[in-house]
Ligand binder design. Structure first.
Ligand code: TPP
Ligand code: MG
Length: 250
């Protein structure tokens, strides 16, 4: 029997993540889920890109790769294609996966490669100081949008569900049971499973937006998002849930 603790490299603790950061919360839920399904350690590979979220690869006590910025998906796809027996989990940030790695996201999802992607969507380039990302809300003040972000954020749900066969889940760092369910179903999905985890960054984004601490940001996630257990169409902006389609026809 593996405990969730067996999936963690304890000699690397504490992590580099700031106090009150949501990345550690999601990291922990992933380890809990691995324990629940008794994922064999030798069958699991974790791949990350660069960024605070990307540090996760180094904290899992399984084979892992900390790739260059934006390149987690092609590396993960290579691993999966070389050894289809492996469960390949990509754990990375919104900037990494949807910004610099955005082209890979389009094509890896289109190829329906059997990967489970956990995207820590804190709506910012956190590690580098808080530059606006493709996920940053319109009007949000960031390091690089002092007058408010002039652009629309990327519609991740729309992008990922434009592939006929798809698995897109939106959860949050606050709804931990729902997050575990999404991760579990994503791991069980044969194909490209993308879990968009609405998260936050207090140090390089939240304070600029007027939050005092991580708890206030977590509380905001609680207030803003509701779980839809049986969505009949696309998730509304304030909804968490799973959108999946087995249909392979174009
Ligand atoms: C090719 C390249 N470009 C830019 C950078 C600088 N860089 C490092 S982390 C990062 C942003 C990461 O943002 P995100 O993926 O959202 O992760 P977070 O830190 O928010 O968890 C950037 C732009 C880099 N390391 N390599
Ligand atoms: Mg980010």
């Amino acid at each position: 029997m593996n405990s969730y603790k067996d999936y963690v490299k304890w000699d690397r603790m504490p992590t580099t993540w700031c106090g009150g950061c949501s990345i550690g919360m999601v990291f922990k839920q992933l380890t809990f889920t691995l324990e629940q399904i008794q994922m064999p350690k030798e069958r699991l590979v974790v791949v990350s890109g660069i960024g605070c979220s990307g540090r996760a690869a180094g904290y899992f006590d399984v084979d892992s790769v900390h790739t260059t910025h934006g390149r987690a998906l092609p590396v993960a796809e290579g691993i999966k294609r070389a050894n289809p027996e492996l469960n390949v989990v990509v754990f990375s940030g919104d900037g990494d996966l949807t910004g610099i790695g955005g082209n890979h996201l389009i094509h890896t999802s289109r190829r329906d490669t059997d990967l489970t992607v956990i995207c820590i969507n804190n709506e910012i380039y956190g590690m580098t100081g808080g530059q606006m990302a493709p996920t940053t809300k319109r009007g949000a003040v960031t390091l690089t949008s002092a007058a408010g972000n002039a652009y629309y954020p990327l519609n991740l749900q729309g992008l990922l569900t434009s592939v006929p066969r798809h698995f897109y889940a939106r959860s949050s760092a606050y709804r931990i049971n729902h997050l575990q369910k999404c991760i579990k179903e994503g791991l069980g999905w044969k194909g490209f499973a993308f879990i968009d985890v609405i998260s936050f960054c207090i140090e390089n984004n939240g304070r600029r937006l007027g939050y005092k601490n991580g708890f206030e940001m977590l509380d905001k996630l609680k207030a803003d998002f509701k779980i839809n257990t049986d969505p009949s169409g696309p998730l509304a902006a304030n909804e968490l849930g799973i959108i999946q389609n087995e249909n392979q026809k174009s």
